[in-house]
Design a binder for this molecule. Structure first.
Ligand code: UDP
Length: 407
């Protein structure tokens, strides 16, 4: 369902909506294209699914295309993604060839006559090279680029990123020295009207947990994350062992696979093997937004034990539901959690610290309520889709104004 902007008034007030309408009007004659590489799995797809219909609802023609390619291409781009997040990879000419050839092939049947192009992440990044550039191109980076692998990043920078007009990062920590395109910071958001975040009755919550085999007789500790090594499910399992020594509770790890991530199945199978026979650990491999919503509401504590993280929408999703979050102090997570106020931030390697904070919260319902209340405020003030929408509209206005002046 396409949500009409006025339905957000109860969250953000009429003034903000007025601002959005006023600034969107200037973009009424523009046709804008987004390209990414999956419509499902992971935060990018979640964001585009809310943002793009809303922009159209405001009268801006915003399109969305999905880059497709063979498994080899996605195996290669997953490695490049890992490299952006700091990993050393075997960076061969063959990988570069696979990367380029697929993008070139896609460009041969993907016609771009738009007024601006927004490219998400690294999979479609090379496309800029295969078009006669007639409009501004914007690269939106959704990864943790705080310590990119230099060899790979320099290749991407020199060959592709520097051909863009703007590059949009999630956090100040990810800005890059010596990039040609103008660098902008924009934080993402959650959609309070999406079924993943909408209010649910206690009855629906319990119904969904029951349906998917999650007993509610013990407190729940939960992480919602793609099966990806950066989300560190194995670390979370170790931490849970420590927690379980102090409090009788259950761990639920719900995950899914992004369609552009070929490694998810392997990680999932390893996790299943690891937890076999371990009491009170439930692994769910299901795509179901209401179930995610129900878990984020029912859990006493939500965890985000990432080693690296772009933003971590799951953190805001939980905070919005009044559930405190214990998470790693990496990437965009540190912008969402105010340590001790709406959750706790710890080094991803501090397993004892994680366990102690989780135990503390499990034992203290008053503390959970206080942190939870503050969490909802944090998201209301900074991370709702209306703020994100306004930021994109402002940026696009800026882009077109600059283009007009240059002509
Ligand atoms: N998600 C989901 N089901 C799952 C795991 C994740 O719906 O089993 C959603 C999650 O609720 C969030 C998004 O996928 O909306 C993940 O975004 P985030 O920024 O946390 O991480 P990413 O996957 O983009 O690295």
């Amino acid at each position: 369902m396409v949500e009409n902007l006025k339905k957000y008034k109860k969250f953000v007030g009429a003034e903000k909506l007025g601002q959005i309408h006023e600034r969107a009007e200037k973009l009424g004659d523009k046709h804008i294209l987004n390209i990414n590489s999956t419509y499902q799995g992971g935060g990018v797809a979640v964001i585009l699914n809310s943002l793009i219909p809303l922009m159209n609802n405001l009268g801006i023609d915003v399109g969305w295309r999905i880059l497709h390619g063979p498994p080899d291409f996605f195996i290669t781009t997953k490695k490049f993604y890992n490299a952006i997040q700091g990993e050393k990879i075997h960076f061969t000419k063959q990988k570069q060839k696979i990367y380029l050839e697929n993008c070139e092939r896609f460009s041969s049947f993907t016609h771009i006559h738009h007024d601006a192009v927004i490219i998400h992440d690294i999979q479609p990044l090379p496309l800029v090279k295969f078009y006669k550039k007639r409009q501004p191109w914007i690269w939106r980076c959704h990864s943790d680029a705080s310590h990119p692998n230099k060899e790979v990043f320099n290749y991407l920078k020199k060959n592709f990123i520097n051909h863009y007009d703007y590059s949009v990062f999630l956090s100040k920590k990810f800005l890059q020295p010596g990039l040609k395109p103008k660098q902008v910071i924009m934080q993402p958001s959650i959609d309070p009207l999406d079924i993943k975040n909408k209010e649910l009755t206690e009855r629906t919550v319990n119904h969904y947990l029951n349906k998917f085999g999650v007993p509610t007789d013990k407190p729940l500790v939960c992480q919602v994350s793609r099966f990806d090594k950066w989300k560190d499910h194995f670390g979370m399992i170790k931490i849970f062992k420590k927690v379980r020594e102090k409090v009788d509770c259950r761990l639920v790890l719900i995950g899914c696979m992004a369609l552009d991530d070929p490694m998810g199945q392997q990680i999932y199978e390893k996790i299943i093997k690891k937890v076999s026979g371990q009491e009170d650990i439930i692994i769910l491999n299901v795509v179901n937004d209401i179930l995610v919503n129900a878990l984020q509401r029912k859990a006493s504590v939500i965890i985000q034990k990432s080693i690296m993280e772009g933003f971590g929408l799951t953190v805001s999703e939980a905070l919005w539901k009044g559930t405190p979050v214990v998470a790693s102090n990496v990437g965009g997570i540190t912008e969402q959690i105010i340590n001790g106020k709406n959750g706790y931030l710890l080094s991803p390697y501090d397993f004892d610290g994680f366990a102690a904070r989780i135990v503390k919260l499990l034992k203290d319902s008053k503390l959970r309520a206080t942190l939870g209340k503050q969490g909802r405020e944090t998201v209301k003030n900074k991370f709702l889709i209306t703020t994100h929408l306004l930021n994109w509209i402002n940026l696009l206005n800026q882009v077109f104004e600059k283009e007009k002046k240059a002509k």
